[in-house]
Structure formats: structure tokens, C-alpha cells
Design a protein around this ligand. Structure first.
Ligand SMILES: [Zn+2]
Length: 345
């Protein structure tokens, strides 16, 4: 299937309402500006929904393997206590735990309602002068697209085998807009896990589809001359077992976390540092640190400076300020707001 053919797949561009008319977020990028303001650096965050590390490692996944070889990685990174899609993606892109961001449900019930009270990576980087974009396979993730900070673009396919449509859409967006901060979400392995089981041949095949999609994105970055300026982080929201996933199940808890880009150590397994625990919230802090955007004090995540070796060792992360009252943990949240959703997606 060619890129041209794939682009014929119906695509729904969801522009959350209340966009300031005078803020042309998706207007053509000013030529020559994107690489000079504010730092010339770029971030691409890729989330592979439901991608348990060992299932990824069973796939051929040549593109992800190549990125891993050229980057720093761990296959023992950790999801949130909830280990379900929406709360964990919000933690990935806000840097705080579900107890702080309080997005504890896993459906579209508050999409676009402004219920998210903590800043996202899009809010902060947009304010700092970066251009932003998100391409997702599940509409509920658009809850993070605050008007004026990012436009949420979604592939409309409902088959769950969307990786190539999503990567084609994201590639097209890269060519047209060259967003400096981009989030791309692939839903396929989660859909395959719920349908056929975590670790099933179908799910391994879905990981290879995502790998193909990631290969397409890498080609596009190279074609645009942007790859060497981009910090790429590939991770997941949770794993799973049987046909589901959820809180406090080891099979659901561990996720891959791969960083590659300028200054990042090559072929470095972060588990060489036994005291370093990488969490999904660290995506947010690591990306902001790379872009030179201050990390909010409320952030639970930390910039994973080990990916740079010792050169960044003097960086000090701001002390987190706990919110009050904290919730009592994942179990409470599940009982309070997630019943019936954990097993669905
Ligand atoms: Zn998920």
C-alpha cells in the first residue's frame, strides 16, 4: 500500500472548539523559522498502546530495534498505578500521577470540556514558542488538546489496525507543518490484545505494523532533514495479560521506554543504573528538559538525564510540591471512577 493510497482512508480532523480564531496553529509554518525558534530542538513522542515489552521484543520490529541500538532504553519502565489508557497517557504528557491530574476515567465523557487542570506538554511548549501537534488513534486522548495549545488530529478507522493510516497522517502533518513538539499514538497492540490476547500472534503482528508506521515516520524526518534535531521517545501506556489490563498487575505495569536523539547515549540499557526507575511521567520531564522549557514544580516525573551520560549531571530537578488532599491510590481510583472500563481499552 502506498502512502498516497493510505491517505485515502477517511480521516477525521478533530479541531476542538474554542480555538482562538487568530491563532493559526495549523497554518503553514513560517519558512526558516521553525529551526531557529526557540531552540531548534524538536521532540517526537510515540506511544504504542498496550505494548508489553516482551511482546515488542518478540516482533521483528526492525525500525524500533535500530532506534534502540542508537539510543538509551529500558524494557522495565513503569506505567501509572492504574495502567489504563486515558489516565496513563495524561500522566505521560502532564508529568503527574493520576492522583494529581484526576483524569481517572477511560472514556470520552469529558472530551473538550476543560476538565484537565494541570498543564500539558503542549501548553508549556506552545507558550515557550514551539509549534505542536498530536495524532491519535483514540478520541478520548483529545482531552489533552487545550484550545490554543495543540490541535488533536485523529484517524477515523475503527478496526484498531490503524498504524499505517496514523503514520501516513502524521507524516503528512510533518511535511506540511513541521511541528516541533509532536505526539503520535498507535492503538493497534491494545486492540489486538483485547481481541486475541496479550502475547498472541495477532498482537505480535500488530507490533510489527506499528514498527512499519514508525519506520515511515523516521523516513519522513530524514527526508525533511529533521531527524538529527529530534529527541524521539517511544513508550507505551501499559501492558496487559489475558485479554485485559489494569491496576497492580505486573503484566500490565511494565512498559518499554526508548529515547534516541541528539546527545543521547547509544545502545545504553538504563537498567545499568540499578537505582534508576523510569516512569511514564518521565516522558514529560525528559522532553521539557531537552527543549529547555522549565519543568513545573508539581511534576512527579523526572528528566532521565542518564540518557546523556555525565554531561547533564549537574541538572537539578525542582522539588515536587504535593497537592492536597492526595487520593489514596490506584485501587481507590478504580473503585471511584473506572468500574467497567478497565477491560475495554
Ligand atoms: Zn491503552
Amino acid at each position: 500500500m502506498t502512502v498516497r493510497t493510505m491517505l485515502k482512508i477517511p480521516v477525521l480532523s478533530i479541531v476542538l472548539t474554542l480555538l482562538l480564531a487568530a491563532t493559526p496553529i495549523f497554518a503553514a509554518p513560517p519558512s526558516g523559522k521553525n529551526d531557529t525558534l526557540p531552540s531548534g530542538k524538536r521532540v517526537l513522542i510515540i506511544s504504542i498502546d498496550g505494548m508489553r515489552p516482551d511482546v515488542l521484543l518478540r516482533a521483528k520490529a526492525p525500525n524500533i530495534r535500530e532506534l534502540t541500538t542508537h539510543g538509551s532504553f529500558t524494557f522495565w519502565a513503569e506505567s501509572t498505578d492504574l495502567a489504563i489508557t486515558l489516565p496513563t497517557h495524561v500522566s505521560m504528557l502532564t508529568g503527574v500521577s493520576p492522583a494529581k491530574h484526576r483524569i481517572t476515567w477511560n472514556d470520552d465523557r469529558h472530551a473538550g470540556s476543560g476538565v484537565l487542570k494541570v498543564p500539558t506538554i503542549f501548553d508549556l511548549t506552545k507558550k515557550a514558542g514551539y509549534s505542536t501537534a498530536m495524532v491519535v488513534g483514540k478520541h478520548k486522548l483529545c482531552i489533552m488538546a487545550r484550545p490554543g495549545s495543540v490541535e488533536c488530529t485523529m484517524a477515523s478507522g475503527t478496526t484498531g489496525e490503524d498504524a499505517l493510516a496514523i503514520s501516513a497522517l502524521a507524516s503528512e502533518l510533518l511535511r506540511r507543518q513541521q511541528p516541533q513538539v509532536m505526539f503520535v499514538h498507535f492503538p493497534d497492540p491494545d486492540t489486538a490484545g483485547h481481541a486475541s490476547g496479550w502475547g498472541s500472534p495477532e498482537q505480535v503482528a500488530s507490533a510489527d505494523r506499528v514498527d512499519q508506521g514508525i519506520g515511515m515516520l523516521m523516513s519522513t524526518l530524514r527526508e525533511l532533514g529533521l531527524k538529527d534535531k529530534t529527541l524521539i521517545i517511544i513508550t507505551a501506556d501499559h501492558g496487559g495479560s489475558g485479554r485485559s489490563h489494569g491496576a497492580r498487575v505486573p503484566f500490565s505495569h511494565f512498559i518499554p521506554w526508548i529515547a534516541v536523539g541528539p546527545g543521547v547515549r547509544e545502545n545504553y540499557d538504563l537498567t545499568n543504573e540499578p537505582k534508576l526507575a523510569v516512569h511514564v511521567e518521565d516522558v514529560f520531564a525528559t522532553a521539557l528538559n531537552f527543549l529547555g522549557v522549565p519543568i513545573p514544580a508539581v511534576t512527579d516525573g523526572k528528566a532521565i538525564l542518564s540518557i546523556y551520560g555525565s554531561s547533564f549531571s549537574t541538572f537539578e530537578h525542582p522539588k515536587p510540591t504535593p497537592l492536597s488532599p492526595p487520593l489514596s491510590g490506584g485501587k481507590h481510583l478504580i473503585r471511584g471512577g473506572l468500574e467497567g472500563f478497565a477491560a475495554k481499552e
